[in-house]
Design a protein around this ligand. Structure first.
Ligand SMILES: *Cc1c(COP(=O)(O)O)cnc(C)c1O
Length: 400
């Protein structure tokens, strides 16, 4: 009897295995990524740069949720020179898929093992302290290899970076070391994003630049010629060429969004991401019926409700409940009731053309309309960066 059961179970298993549920990633919900948009945006940003200024494409957090490999390769095709990642693992993953350009690890590595891995994979670590410099020096001497590193200086972000006052000392220490090569010295802007007419932001961004300039002026030109200086993120890059120096580190703009409004609304950046899902069920609900958790939405008429298979576990924040619409062929469909972990609901009463299997766009271009991550982030007090990298890996990335 037991044998029989096992046999039939085995048969059932092998039968199920014959169905490849992963064959079509567009069944439930998915993220479409356009490498050609990334490539075009990279070209647009490159075209804005000061002469001889290089472009680092920032592809941390899995390319802001788009998929790091596709983004990195598209940005390099579009003219990016270097790549920036946040973690050691992100850097190694790019090396493993054959990316061989200079890669800077923007996060802080405290472990000798990690720094040794950097040297092995030819990833540049960001150093913020004398202790890290000594550590890299020891590792390089042990391996009899030159270790290429970058030094970060804090000019007012108050996060990573050495103190402004110790910057020259540390730069000279690295320059004098036979085992280290200083490829770059950089800092990071704290207030450049947002409203370009914000006086405080302008004042502080300029102050950070003046502090950065103080280091440049203190350097001996003879042995600092080869060092790349860089300060600007997307916002700094778009604000003014005076922030460009030898390189800029651009993330958000390459994905198709400007972190500042004026005067770059005519930049023509192309959103590289679209988040889509299918209607999985249609319900006819009478008047006065509560919908979804907490019954936050109660039907005011006979309502045609559509269920779609995407929720906050996929990265559609529950805080957006009842505040967003989705698109179908360029037409907005209102979302109603609480967004749940794996599904959310649409009021389709006025849209009989939408049925089971119809595809809706939650974010991105659909027909003539486009829903931007800024739109979502404004609704929930967040920022577009967080919306973009909030999409979980449960959503397959589909290259289009
Ligand atoms: C993330 C990051 C950037 C890119 O910022 P965007 O605003 O997305 O352009 C640049 N520099 C550093 C140090 C970063 O961490």
């Amino acid at each position: 009897m037991r044998d029989l059961l096992v046999t039939s179970w085995d048969q059932k298993l092998s039968c199920d295995e014959a169905i490849d549920v992963n064959a079509d990633p567009r069944k439930r919900a998915w993220v479409e990524v356009s490498p050609s948009a990334i490539e075009i945006n990279t070209g647009i940003v490159k075209g804005l740069l000061k002469d001889n200024c290089c472009l680092m494409a920032v592809v941390k957090a899995d390319g802001y949720g788009h998929g790091a490999e596709a983004v990195a390769k598209a940005a390099l095709r579009g003219g990016a020179n270097d790549l920036g990642v946040a973690t050691l693992q992100e850097g190694i993953q790019l090396r493993q898929v054959g990316v061989d350009c200079p890669i800077l690890v923007l996060g802080n590595l405290i472990d000798s093992e990690d720094l040794r891995a950097c040297l092995h994979w030819k990833l540049m670590p960001t150093l913020s302290s004398e202790r890290q410099i000594c550590n890299c020096q020891n590792i390089a001497e042990g391996n009899k290899e030159k270790f290429i590193v970058q030094l970060k200086v804090d000019t007012g972000m108050t996060r990573l970076g050495c103190e402004l006052e110790e910057a020259l000392l540390l730069i000279n220490k690295i320059i004098k070391s036979n085992s280290l090569a200083l490829k770059g010295v950089y800092t990071h802007l704290a207030l450049a994003d947002g409203d370009i007419n914000n006086r405080q932001a302008e004042y502080f961004t300029n102050l950070q630049q003046q502090r950065f300039e103080r280091i440049l002026k203190g350097l001996d030109k003879n042995n600092s010629n080869e060092i790349w200086f860089h300060l600007a993120n997307s916002a700094g890059t778009l604000r003014d060429q005076k922030f460009h120096y030898d390189m800029v580190r651009v993330g958000l703009a390459l994905y198709g969004y400007s972190p500042i409004d004026y005067p770059f609304s005519n930049l023509d950046l192309k959103p590289a991401m679209a988040v889509k899902a299918r209607v999985t069920l249609i319900r006819q609900v009478p008047v006065g019926v509560g919908v979804s958790y907490g019954h936050r939405f109660v039907t005011k008429r006979t309502t045609r409700i559509g269920v779609i298979g995407i929720g906050y576990a996929d990265g559609v924040s529950r805080a957006l409940s009842g505040k967003i619409s989705v698109l179908n062929n360029g037409v907005f469909l209102p979302q109603v009731g609480a967004i749940t972990m794996d599904q959310l609901l649409l009021d389709l009463t006025d849209h009989p053309e939408v049925g089971v299997g119809s595809v809706v766009t939650l974010l991105g271009q659909d027909g003539e309309e486009c829903i931007s991550p800024q739109h979502w982030s404004n609704l929930i007090g967040s920022i577009p960066w967080e919306v973009l990298c909030g999409f979980k890996n449960r959503l397959p990335r589909v290259i289009v």
